[in-house]
Design a protein around this ligand. Structure first.
Ligand code: GAL
Length: 874
């Protein structure tokens, strides 16, 4: 997969042969290297660079993203911020810290108890500057040079050679700035970027910095406009697909451009590309300063359809020639598929019902913070895929573009989300402050960037926005209609939706302006919604919000989802019976969902644990909005207020099916049992090392894709149980603990199907290390995730071990992070040693750019036999 990915990346980003022996007509170069960083602000700033002053300049730099009824976007006269030291070309930045992007300064810590737990107890807010000195060849004179920033957190302002260029407030939007007027080919250039991340602007860890990739794109003055190739597939059958390619071409030259545009389609597969259709050239003449739109429809016979099991892709290669010279050549990957939501059958991909087995994920990558890393994202998807997950909701913001590339290639469906709030905020300084000015630009930027991805099946204009609670007459839906309208102007091929935790959103007008309704946690609403709105597609935009800490079990167990005894030590018991007050354990959700005809599937909150929002140890009163029953709201308020008095150390979530380090919790196997019914599997909980519980009731629960199972304790049967209707787990709640072995044998339709065993561990004796990948690319980005287990002498996991493990690496690599999945740990993620959490530790090793060779990672811990893994950088 890795090779395939690399090959595919090269296809997109590298220039291919050109007619003339000169620079390729379009180059897209990584601009991540060689930055300088400082947390000091320019002197005498005194608020002068604040958003209020920058606003007209920023709107001007985003002018292409506003329609005719939008704010004034003329660029003011002068040079915004031009007097400040940090923007000057000759400013002495030699003392600044050199680094390579992507970079998230917040993840560097330190954690502090007094920092808000909801945003991870990490210092992500404040001002920072990035500067980059670079040379541009003199031969670039006359070319159009564009800076592409996939995401900068937040309120970025960009100067080139002391001249203000532009910027973008929303930290999750990708944007592009035309550097051409300010750039000096053949001379040194200096880019300066100021970021300002406001406090109280997020409900989770937002990260900080230039945390996504940055690119420099060079084109001719005549070129395809940014995000200006739009591929749709208006008609798809087994015999043939119609593929329509609309190309927006800009003529930034001073003369008329008489052009010939042609597009060829290629099928992409592991071995390369095969021509699938060739269009007739279209000729067009564009006046200086104007844009032309041309559309061509090609026929692909016997198309290879994109699906979650066979994610076939195509690429449209558009060539523009002027006087026989190739002036631009753009590659646009796409897929051919039909994706339809309907109220009766749910979601259909290429005509077949595909239940959405999705998860919501935040954008942080655990110990790596929000700094985007392709391999870290790919690993997340691999772990999710093995569970049977087929969909991702990018909660609650535009994702890194790489996530969508991976979803296209690996076959994941995506609900692509824009906002967590609209004009009414959830935090003092969150997006609601920018919403009036920026919602249009942010929405258009999202849809234009992402509309060619076959993985994207749904646009979401918001999550649990406060406006959802407006009664019909209050016209909250009018705002939804406006936002949906903006999306539809940019893409008519996908439904527009949103995530609602207000039951009334199914009845107060929203249901008529959106194409599909996604409920968050409103299981009691499903049946009523279906009855009142028989023609409107319905799915679970957020489900479960179950809580657990990996490997933690408290006794006695209780079926009360907010049983205080299930919570102690700032951990939550992993019996998968516990949930946030507004939420449900997985089985309760499934019972409701399975009773609703046409329910399209769910996005579980969440796939992976994330930094921040450590419910139930966060006392987050904002979530009280989830309660419409006043008595229940009062009860919750009291619970939360009491919690709020405890100084909780928790800094990351308990919602994940998989912990922050990427280790599956028990719940992983619960979802696997449901989502991969054909995979013979069984899983038992809890672990079976309870020396202090001899003779005590220690319930055993089993998850299996079978329909029946028999449990054995030290060879003695404790009974065979069948899953009845509406039952998803098998329970033996009166087992008395005795050390030894528990085994479950699962059956399907009477035949043995799968087995699972838990054995009592002896004293911790040794470390065992396993790398997820041993052959790495020597590019300074590739990662190996190495799991270290603490085992007894026989190789049984010591399930409660907390031994400290130290790591060292030799060869061309470095240790970039360690983690153990404990949501309460304040240890630095960059630490080279870490205590195990319930027997497991993770260490992340990164290659160095350009240096190949063997790498050895060693793990040591006093009193335990050490472990070693060998890796290679190629
Ligand atoms: C939802 C919200 C999510 C997250 C979740 C926790 O209401 O949309 O962002 O806060 O609750 O259960």
């Amino acid at each position: 997969m890795r090779l395939l990915l690399l090959a595919a990346t090269l296809l997109i980003s590298l220039p291919v042969s050109v007619l003339a022996a000169e620079a390729p007509p379009r180059e897209r170069l990584s601009f991540n290297e060689g930055w300088l960083f400082s947390r000091t602000d320019a002197e005498w700033v005194l608020g002068q660079l604040d958003y209020a002053n920058a606003k007209p300049w920023l709107l001007a730099s985003a002018a292409d993203f506003f329609g005719p009824t939008s704010p004034q976007t003329a660029r003011p006269r002068g040079n915004f911020g031009g007097g400040f030291t940090h923007v000057q070309a000759d400013f002495d930045d030699r003392g600044w810290r050199p680094l390579t992007l992507p970079h998230d300064w917040g993840i560097e810590g330190p954690f502090k108890q007094e920092y808000p737990g909801d945003t991870g107890k990490l210092p992500w807010w404040g001002v920072a500057w990035y500067r980059k000195h670079f040379d541009l060849p003199a031969t670039d004179a006359g070319r159009r040079i564009v800076l592409e920033i996939d995401g900068a957190m937040a309120h970025s302002l960009v100067w080139l050679n002391g001249q203000f260029v532009g910027g973008w407030p929303y930290g999750y939007s990708s944007y592009q700035l035309d550097l051409t007027p300010y750039i000096k080919p053949g001379q040194p250039n200096v880019l300066a970027i100021r970021l300002d991340n406001p406090t109280e602007s997020s409900r989770w860890y937002p990260g900080s910095g230039l945390y996504r990739n940055v690119w420099l794109t060079k084109t001719n003055p005549v070129h395809v406009a940014p995000w200006g190739a739009i591929v749709t597939t208006p008609k798809v059958t087994a015999e043939a697909a119609q593929v329509s390619i609309q190309v927006l071409t800009d003529n930034d030259s001073a003369t008329n451009a008489a052009l010939s545009l042609s597009t060829e389609l290629f099928a992409l597969d592991d071995t390369g590309r095969k021509s699938a259709a060739l269009g007739q050239p279209i000729t067009v003449t564009i006046e200086p300063g104007r844009q032309a739109s041309t559309t061509q429809t090609l026929r692909v016979p016997q198309p290879r359809l994109w699906s979650v099991t066979h994610p076939h892709r195509y690429v449209a290669v558009t060539s523009i020639t002027q006087d026989g010279r190739l002036v631009d050549r753009l590659e646009t990957p796409f897929g051919i598929r039909t994706a339809v939501f309907d109220a009766d059958r749910g979601f259909r991909l290429n005509g077949e019902v595909v239940p959405i087995r999705g998860v919501c994920n935040h954008h942080d990558l655990g110990a790596l913070g929000s700094a985007i890393n392709l391999r870290a994202l790919e690993r997340q998807l691999e772990i999710l895929r093995a569970m049977g997950c087929n969909a991702i909701r990018t909660s609650h913001n535009p994702p890194a573009p790489e996530l969508l590339d991976l979803c296209d290639r690996m076959g994941f469906l995506v609900m692509d989300e824009a906002f967590d709030c609209w004009a009414k905020g959830k935090n003092r300084h969150d997006y609601h402050v920018q919403f009036p000015d920026w919602h249009e630009a942010d929405l258009r930027a999202l849809v234009r960037r992402d509309r060619n991805h076959p993985s994207v099946i749904l646009w979401s204009i918001g999550n649990e926005v406060i406006e959802q609670w407006f009664a019909d007459g209050q016209e909250g839906w009018k705002l939804a209609a406006r936002l949906a309208g903006i999306v539809r102007e940019e893409d008519r091929t996908r439904p527009v939706s949103a995530g609602f935790n207000g039951e009334i959103s199914g009845y107060n007008g929203y249901q008529h302006v959106l194409d599909a309704i996604g409920y968050n946690y409103r299981i009691k609403e499903y049946a009523r919604f279906r009855e009142i709105n028989p023609a409107i597609p319905l799915f679970g935009a957020e489900t479960a919000s179950a809580l657990s800490s990996r490997g933690v079990y408290f006794f006695p167990i209780s079926d009360d989802k907010i049983d205080p005894a299930s919570r102690a030590d700032f951990q939550v018991s992993s019996y998968d019976l516990y949930a946030a007050p507004w939420a449900t354990p997985p089985d309760v959700e499934w019972r409701a969902a399975d009773a609703v005809p046409g329910y399209a599937g769910e996005f579980v909150w969440t796939g992976f644990d994330y930094l921040g929002e450590p419910t139930p140890y966060n006392a987050d009163l904002t979530n009280l909005l989830n309660f419409s029953d006043p008595a229940e709201k009062e009860r919750q308020k009291q619970l939360l207020t009491e919690l709020g008095r405890i100084p909780t150390p928790s800094r990351s979530s308990y919602f994940g099916i998989i912990d922050l380090a990427g280790f599956p919790k028990d719940r992983y196997y619960f979802y696997q049992a449901r989502w991969r019914p054909d995979l013979p599997m069984a899983h038992l909980l809890p672990h079976w090392t309870w020396p202090e519980r001899a003779g005590e009731i220690t319930p055993i629960h089993a998850y299996t894709s079978g329909d029946e199972a028999e449990l054995f304790l030290n060879g003695r049967s404790l009974g065979r149980k069948q899953r009845g209707p509406g039952e998803y787990r098998l329970r033996w709640d009166d087992v008395k603990y005795a050390p030894g072995e528990v085994k479950v044998v699962a059956y399907k339709q009477g035949a043995v199907w799968a087995e699972a065993v838990q054995r009592t561990a002896g004293p911790a004796a040794r470390l065992k290390a396993k790398a997820d990948r041993r052959e790495l690319t020597a590019d300074g980005r590739d990662l190996s995730f190495v799991t270290v287990r603490i085992e007894d002498a026989d190789g049984v996991l010591a399930p409660r071990a907390e031994n400290r493990v130290a790591f060292a690496v030799s060869g061309p690599a470095e240790i970039v992070a360690t983690d153990n999945g404990d949501p309460t740990s304040f240890e630095s993620f960059q630490s080279k040693e870490r205590a195990a959490f319930n027997g497991l530790v993770l260490v992340v090793v990164r290659t160095q750019p350009g240096t190949t060779g063997p790498i050895t990672l060693t793990a040591t811990s006093p009193g335990l036999a050490p472990a070693e893994v060998s890796l290679t950088a190629k």
